[in-house]
Write a protein that binds this ligand. Structure first.
Ligand SMILES: *[C@@H]1O[C@H](CO)[C@@H](O)[C@H](O)[C@H]1NC(C)=O
Ligand SMILES: *[C@@H]1O[C@H](CO)[C@@H](O)[C@H](O)[C@H]1NC(C)=O
Ligand SMILES: *[C@@H]1O[C@H](CO)[C@@H](O)[C@H](O)[C@H]1NC(C)=O
Ligand SMILES: *[C@@H]1O[C@H](CO)[C@@H](O)[C@H](O)[C@H]1NC(C)=O
Ligand SMILES: *[C@@H]1O[C@H](CO)[C@@H](O)[C@H](O)[C@H]1NC(C)=O
Ligand SMILES: *[C@@H]1O[C@H](CO)[C@@H](O)[C@H](O)[C@H]1NC(C)=O
Ligand SMILES: *[C@@H]1O[C@H](CO)[C@@H](O)[C@H](O)[C@H]1NC(C)=O
Length: 492
């Protein structure tokens, strides 16, 4: 007598395979200007618990360009800025506008996923120069895009077909609700989803939700060894700094507190969205990524408050990922960049990475539920084009317009935090016996900076001019190679 049991088992196995082979869902949460070095993740205890301890914590995640628009563009396109062409936060610098919608949107991650059957959602800050005109950006089925730069109240969102103004709804909370509604709906459907949520925290104007105001009023900005230290071994913009007066230090302390307070609402957003996925039995089939576009400094080397510098405060970013096959409490030391996210997400979705992407999938690092994760040597590129024109002149500060300095404000004691010649490229090397950064400035001095981060985590001593000539030449060659790389040639 033939037993049907094996056959039935086989059929069930096939059915099981078919349903579990539904492509995984992706939830990507992107904060704004959140550092790691100054304990930017401190307020996000539940996020660390759910995504970091519930998945993988990356200790060496970097932005390829420490400023919003180019960094967001790298995340969405998988390309370094020298290839995607978005150089700064203005339209002239490729931050939205025709270049973006004609040549980048059709090649960006959301559009590729949508073409492969993903239901896509965006909520929050898109690109600094997005102002809600024309069609919804290509690639998004559900779009709630903020007009312009981060703000917490009194903002306009492009909500699919129309623009809607909100006066007094705290933006992070509104995004939490919109994203939760989308997830509840999308998890009922047979198609996979890609949801990206980009809250304004911890960007200026640093407005916490009313329920979080004052929670960190007892905290002062972290006094790193570099705090308010004027160093003469750095590029001219940093060398030119004077020590910050007490009034500016008070402002810095206040901003530091408020930055942390704004992040408490983001922590709640993460808890809510993970909760919705759990309630809808979707947690096991969803990758959840938490990261930021770039870091931030407050007071290091007497620079008041900004990003745009090639220091760890500005370039090291949070990255936490939970999802199918990722062992809880995985610690990843391999260096990864925002350009790697699109290729990684495509690998999860079983879609080939297009050859124009400069990033590398790190999917393999996370495979097999291995808790002891392998380490790969990497050299990442960090590149930045200084902003500053005669129009960035601030008459409240003593510097002339012709100097083309930028971000000079009385609140920052008229320290200028950027300039047309604050342009550089760095090689961030994280190898078996090496944890270094090597930077070349494209300024009138061709200035060099390098740090051994194993010995000098706060970047107090520039060793660029102490390197052996052969060593320096090697770094320089590698860096030159990376600043011209595209696709596979970026894999160093
Ligand atoms: C809201 O923003 C607009 C411009 O974006 C500004 O003109 C207006 O004064 C703001 N309103 C409040 C109450 O801040
Ligand atoms: C939920 O999904 C249905 C069908 O796809 C759609 O018509 C509806 O607009 C969705 N609602 C939300 C809030 O996304
Ligand atoms: C600035 O603050 C420091 C430390 O709190 C204090 O020692 C110093 O006297 C203050 N300077 C002025 C000019 O108030
Ligand atoms: C998911 O929900 C179950 C039942 O309420 C709970 O025990 C579990 O802790 C939740 N998991 C997460 C990650 O929230
Ligand atoms: C932004 O980049 C563009 C193109 O390189 C440049 O023309 C423009 O001056 C830059 N904007 C600022 C404020 O520096
Ligand atoms: C950079 O530009 C500023 C202002 O235009 C100028 O004062 C400074 O000397 C320049 N620095 C270098 C190293 O080129
Ligand atoms: C950079 O180096 C890689 C690997 O050695 C090589 O394949 C590539 O052609 C080089 N690219 C450039 C622009 O030199």
């Amino acid at each position: 007598m033939i037993s049907l049991a094996p056959l039935i088992t086989l059929i069930l196995a096939c059915l099981g395979r078919a349903t579990s082979e539904k492509a995984p869902n992706i939830l990507l949460i992107l904060s704004d200007d959140q550092d790691v070095e100054l304990r930017g993740m401190f307020p996000m205890e539940q996020t660390i618990q759910l995504l970091g301890f519930g998945g993988a914590l990356f200790h060496n995640a970097y932005t390829p360009t420490p400023i919003c628009c180019p960094a967001r563009t790298s995340l969405l396109t998988g390309m370094y800025a020298h290839n995607h062409g978005t150089r700064n936060n203005s339209v002239a610098g490729g931050c939205y506008g025709p270049h973006w919608w004609r040549s980048l949107e059709p090649r960006a991650l959301p559009h590729i996923l949508q073409q492969h059957g993903y239901n896509t959602f965006f909520g929050g800050k898109y690109l600094n120069q997005y102002w809600g005109a024309g069609d919804v950006p290509k690639g998004w089925n559900h779009f709630y895009g903020l007009h312009g730069n981060s703000r917490y109240y009194n903002y306009t969102l492009r909500e699919n077909s129309g623009n809607v103004h909100y006066e007094s709804t705290y933006l992070t909370d509104l995004l939490k609700d919109r994203a939760a509604d989308f997830l509840r709906n999308a998890t009922q459907s047979s198609e996979p989803f890609f949801a990206m949520v980009a809250p304004p925290a911890a960007h200026e104007p640093f407005t916490p939700a009313p329920r979080h105001e004052g929670v960190f009023s007892h905290i002062e900005a972290l006094r790193t060894p570099s705090f308010n230290q004027v160093k003469q071994d750095k590029h001219w913009l940093v060398r030119a700094a004077r020590r910050l007066p007490n009034e500016t230090i008070n402002t810095i302390d206040k901003y530091f507190q408020k930055r942390w307070e704004t992040l408490l609402a983001v922590d709640e957003l993460v808890v809510t969205l993970v909760g919705v996925l759990n309630d809808t039995q979707s947690l096991e089939n969803t990758y959840i990524i938490y990261t930021s576009d770039n870091g931030y400094h407050v007071g290091q080397f007497a620079q008041p408050f900004d990003k745009r510098q090639p220091y760890e405060t500005d370039i090291n970013i949070p990255l936490l990922i939970r999802g199918p096959g990722i062992a809880p409490e995985s610690h990843i030391d391999t260096a990864v960049s925002l350009v790697d996210l699109a290729p990684t997400i495509l690998a999860w979705a079983d879609i080939d990475t297009p050859s124009y992407m400069d990033g590398q999938s790190f999917h393999e690092l996370l495979l097999n539920n291995r808790r002891r994760v392998p380490f790969f040597e990497r050299s990442l590129l960090i590149e930045y084009w200084g902003e500053g024109t005669v129009a960035t002149y601030n008459s409240e500060c003593p510097w002339p317009a012709k100097d083309r300095l930028a971000q000079c404000t009385p609140a920052a004691d008229c320290h200028c935090q950027d300039s047309w010649n604050n342009t550089y490229a760095c090689l961030r090397n994280i190898r078996h016996r090496e944890d270094r950064i090597y930077c070349e400035f494209r300024d009138g001095e061709n200035f060099l900076e390098a740090y051994d981060l194993q010995l000098d985590p706060f970047q107090m001593t520039n060793i660029a001019y102490d390197l052996l000539p052969i060593e320096r030449a090697l770094y320089s060659l590698r860096l030159k190679n990376l600043t011209q790389c595209s696709g596979h040639s970026c894999f160093l």
